[in-house]
Design a protein around this ligand. Structure first.
Ligand SMILES: NC(=O)c1ccc[n+]([C@@H]2O[C@H](COP(=O)([O-])OP(=O)(O)OC[C@H]3O[C@@H](n4cnc5c(N)ncnc54)[C@H](O)[C@@H]3O)[C@@H](O)[C@H]2O)c1
Length: 359
């Protein structure tokens, strides 16, 4: 078992990572919460595997539980879904001193976390992330949000959880595409901060090999994320590093209406394109792009856009990204694997990169 403390003054919280943690959930939650009522937000897939066991463990520890099981998928993380979430909480009689528990991937964590931040002006919540992406990334850092039809994460807040309780054993049931999707974010974290983690992941080719070291991978990624968040909780500086590969990645997702690439696949493409370009312009150590490409490809992740990619549409999507609304654009480049840095540029950088040869 590993326990990391995210140090944010009064908003500090632990991230507990332990294989088999779910079977002792009641005991684990009682370390942080001594009230009586817990409302679980989850989705149908996760509920089928873990819902009953989680509720039983909580009830055995004396808690009164209620739950809302939502349809799986990004469409659930919608502003329009919130009223039903709040209604279910009201029906359960959830009060401000009670607890919300999010059990699921990033969709459930972001939506449930946003509901916790806003229901009755804020109720404490604990994240129990069950996808790889949620365990290494979205559950840590307190960014909670829902989507509008006009774009992802447009309505949100920073609201740190009371604790993050992670059981890497849940990843055994995660479908392959989502597993590798999350692995793209682990490779990203390694690229910006941790050469040793990159080498570890590169050396573990099959999913079963990755599983055998998954606790270590999850722990190291959480360590990186928590350190970046501690340095910059509200994303005004250092936290931008976590966006390596995301400028092009977000554009590629948006251009195809979130149907062609998963988030991790789009980020993998973004990391490869930006690094090939920065290496060609002598800002990145020679050989870095090839090493990155080989590692991503070995883990079922794409390294280039499809042949029909429209460079102009991608640049337009970059200009519409909410993070790029100012005149300058902060992007993340690698000095080498394990060392990311923020580079200030403007939109024409992407005109050049994504037109003709870049695509
Ligand atoms: N808050 C943040 O800082 C942050 C960071 C990165 C991404 N995100 C958000 O996270 C979301 C994506 O998260 P995700 O990839 O976890 O998506 P997701 O929550 O949709 O989960 C992916 C799929 O896996 C299923 N699933 C989850 N855990 C499972 C398990 N253990 N066994 C079987 N099936 C399981 C889910 O039901 C779903 O079908 C996006 O909305 C993204 O914007 C947020």
């Amino acid at each position: 078992m590993t326990e990391l403390l995210t140090q944010l003054g009064k908003r500090s919280y632990p991230i507990v990572i332990r294989r088999g943690l779910l079977s002792a959930l009641g005991e684990m939650v009682s370390r942080f919460y001594q009230g009586s009522k817990i409302f679980i937000v989850t989705d149908k897939n996760v509920n089928a595997y873990y819902g009953a066991a989680a509720e039983k463990a909580l009830q055995s520890a004396g808690y009164i539980t209620g739950s809302l099981v939502l349809p799986p998928g990004e469409q659930t993380k919608a502003f329009d879904v919130l009223p039903a979430v709040y209604e279910a909480m009201l029906d359960f009689g959830l009060r401000r001193r009670d607890l919300i528990l999010t059990l699921g991937g990033g969709v459930v964590g972001d939506l449930g976390g946003f509901a916790a931040a806003t229901y009755l002006r804020g109720v404490p919540y604990i994240q129990i992330p069950t996808s790889l992406l949620a365990q290494i990334d979205s559950s840590v850092g307190g960014k909670v949000a829902v989507n509008l039809k006009r774009g992802k994460n447009l309505i949100g807040n920073f609201c740190q959880p009371m604790a993050v309780l992670t059981d890497p054993d849940t990843l055994a049931t995660l479908p392959g595409r989502f597993f590798y999707d999350g692995l793209a974010e682990a490779i990203k974290a390694a690229c910006i901060k941790d050469r040793a983690l990159f080498d570890l992941i590169r050396g573990l080719v099959s999913r079963s090999e990755l599983h055998s070291r998954i606790e270590e991978i999850v722990t190291r990624c959480c360590q990186i994320k928590k350190e970046v968040v501690e340095a910059d909780e509200l994303e005004n500086g250092e936290r931008i590093l976590l966006n390596f590969g995301h400028t092009i990645g977000h554009a590629a997702e948006a251009c195809y209406h979130y149907s062609r690439y998963t988030h991790g696949e789009a980020v993998a493409i973004g990391m490869c394109l930006i690094t090939a370009h920065s290496e060609a312009t002598d800002m990145t150590a020679p050989g870095t792009a090839a090493e990155l490409r080989e590692t991503l490809a070995a883990h079922n992740l794409p390294c280039a856009l499809d042949a029909d990619a429209d460079g102009a549409a991608l640049v337009s999507a970059i200009s519409h990204d909410k993070k790029n609304m100012g005149s300058s654009l902060n992007i993340v480049l690698l000095k080498e694997i394990g060392q990311g840095f923020v580079y200030e540029t403007t939109l024409p950088y992407f005109h050049f990169l994504l037109s003709g040869d870049g695509v």
